[in-house]
Design a protein around this ligand. Structure first.
Ligand SMILES: Cc1ncc(COP(=O)(O)O)c(C=O)c1O
Length: 516
């Protein structure tokens, strides 16, 4: 591809000079990378148009006077320049395909390539939500099977597949709860959430129009039952509890939590984001749960969606089922259908959570994962996730302070910063030094209930060799802390394209648009 001055791109009328391509001040093979706008010039294009296409007669003939009069303001790069830009960008990301990715609460686990391959089959990837229903019977049958598996694994009678992420599922569940209360003429105002909850829980409750009140936590990391009982007044619409919770512990009093909640006329919403720790072993429906979202990306290994395009289906109890969002998947003599007709209980639906039926690609991947494991294999997934987290806990506990040292943890292990006290190294410093050592940091400073939290979730997809490599690295760093090698931490990361960023400024004044 040649750079052809002035071709395929009108000259900028205000004659602003092309941005000068900056050098790549990378370190070794770790390239720093400018924005594509800084890289590409206005005066070139990666496409060679034919003489006719770029001829002066274009206005009058081919384009019938529709030639662009103002510049498109897209940077011009040749094909190799473009490819290299995106490949370099991709190399700036840490990825689960590079190494163990210990982000607690996020469940960064391997996405089997078989699921990717199946999701790309034309019969799934190329269909359109508006095409005639008779032509997508296979896809709807797949959704039906997925719904069946999810209802069976959770022991719940109804499901909404359409929510696009865990937080979107929370909203769906709370809207159904609100509709159910309102249908009884009992519009309640408050949702109770434990102090250790993921930030999306109170945020979702607020978005659904509720006031949020906190439930205290016991010293050993569980919901404080006495505090819950004291706060369950007639205005409480729902109690939202994550189980296993974000401290990596199973809420041992979950049945009592459900009983107290129901006794107060409220609904029990379970944040099922951590279902990967109990799938195949515990059915939330048996514990008294009324609504629960499932992060398909965490338990059933679909790629993370970043708030969508992921999938966060919600299972619902019989009491909430009539309020499920449309469309509903039905099966009759003529086959499958997506219906939103106001028949039976359908009048009570909360409406649509999104334009169509949800994320087909994620449905395919999740069902492929379930079928390739079978129900026994899914139990093994949960057991291995818990085993791996306890292996990490056992190896690191002698050096780092486990927040809840007694007994095993579930799928993630929580450390705090007591072991760093007086060393001059903070949780943030330690995490930055992990980057130099080739690992993505664990989740830091969450949950908020312990100081300087470090939440590690290895997932079931890591081998013992990789777990050891990770633990050895952290133990090596811990030895450097003890040796007071503070510079190794304060200055870290040394081996990344960018060093310490001003995280407050980045969060408070993000620059999200490129301007000249
Ligand atoms: C406990 C918990 N709840 C809710 C969510 C929100 O899920 P999503 O990121 O898919 O919106 C997460 C995400 O990691 C989570 O860990």
């Amino acid at each position: 591809m040649n750079a052809v001055p002035g071709v395929g791109r009108p000259t900028r009328p205000d004659a602003v000079a092309s941005p000068a391509a900056p050098a790549h001040p990378g370190k070794g093979l770790a390239q720093d990378e400018p924005l594509i706008f800084e890289l590409g010039g206005w005066d070139k294009t990666g496409v060679d148009f034919s003489a006719k296409a770029r001829g002066g007669d274009r206005d009058s003939s081919d384009l019938e006077g529709l030639t662009r009069a103002v510049p498109l303001r897209l940077p011009g790069l040749s094909e190799p320049e473009t490819l290299r830009h995106y490949v370099r960008l991709s190399q700036k990301n840490h990825a689960i395909d590079l190494a163990l990715y210990p982000l607690g609460s996020c469940t960064m686990k391997h996405n089997p390539r078989m699921g990717e391959k199946l999701a790309r089959l034309a019969g799934f990837a190329d269909i359109h939500p508006l095409q005639p229903i008779s032509t997508v019977q296979g896809a709807l049958a797949l959704m039906g099977q997925l719904a069946h598996w999810l209802k069976t694994l959770t022991g719940m009678p109804a499901i909404a597949l359409s929510p696009k992420a865990g937080a979107h599922g929370e909203l769906c569940g709370l809207l159904a709860i609100r509709a159910a209360h309102e249908a009884r003429g009992d519009a309640r105002k408050t949702v109770l959430v434990p102090t250790s909850a993921h930030g999306t829980n109170p945020a979702t409750a607020a978005l659904a129009g509720y006031q949020v009140a906190q439930i205290a936590q016991t010293a050993d990391g569980h919901v404080d039952l006495a505090d819950l009982a004291g706060k369950l007044h007639p205005d409480v619409a729902a109690v939202m509890v994550t189980n296993p919770n974000t401290c990596g512990l199973f809420e041992r009093d979950v049945i009592e939590i459900a009983r107290l909640t129901h006794e107060a006329g409220a609904y029990f919403y379970c944040d099922g984001a951590n279902f990967n720790a109990i799938v195949g072993r515990v059915r939330p429906g048996d514990l008294g749960v009324d609504a629960m979202h499932i992060n398909l990306h965490k338990t059933f290994s679909t790629p993370h969606g970043g708030g969508g395009p992921g999938a966060g289906p919600v299972v619902l109890s019989a009491a909430l089922a009539p309020y499920a969002p449309i469309p509903w998947l039905t099966q009759g003599e003529a086959g499958f259908d997506l219906t939103e007709e106001a028949t039976g209980g359908a009048k009570s639906s909360v409406g649509r959570m999104c334009a169509f039926h949800g994320q087909m690609g994620m449905f395919v991947r999740a069902l492929a994962y379930m079928k390739s494991h079978g129900s026994d294999g899914l139990l093994r997934v949960a057991e291995d996730a818990v085993l791996n987290a306890n292996y990490v806990k056992a190896r690191l506990s002698g050096v780092m302070t486990a927040s809840y040292p007694d007994g095993p943890c579930m799928h993630e292990v929580l450390f705090d910063d007591r072991w760093l006290e007086g060393t001059g190294v903070s949780t943030l410093d330690f995490a930055k030094a992990m980057i130099d050592a080739g690992f993505h940091p664990m989740t830091m400073y969450f949950p908020l209930v312990v100081r300087g939290a470090m939440l590690i979730e290895p997932t079931e997809t890591e081998s013992r060799r990789e777990l050891d490599r990770f633990c050895d690295t952290l133990l090596d760093l811990a030895a450097a802390v003890r040796a007071r090698d503070v510079e190794r931490f304060k200055g870290a990361p040394f081996h990344a394209p960018l060093r310490r960023l001003d995280e407050t400024l980045a969060a408070r004044k993000p620059r999200l648009a490129w301007t000249l």
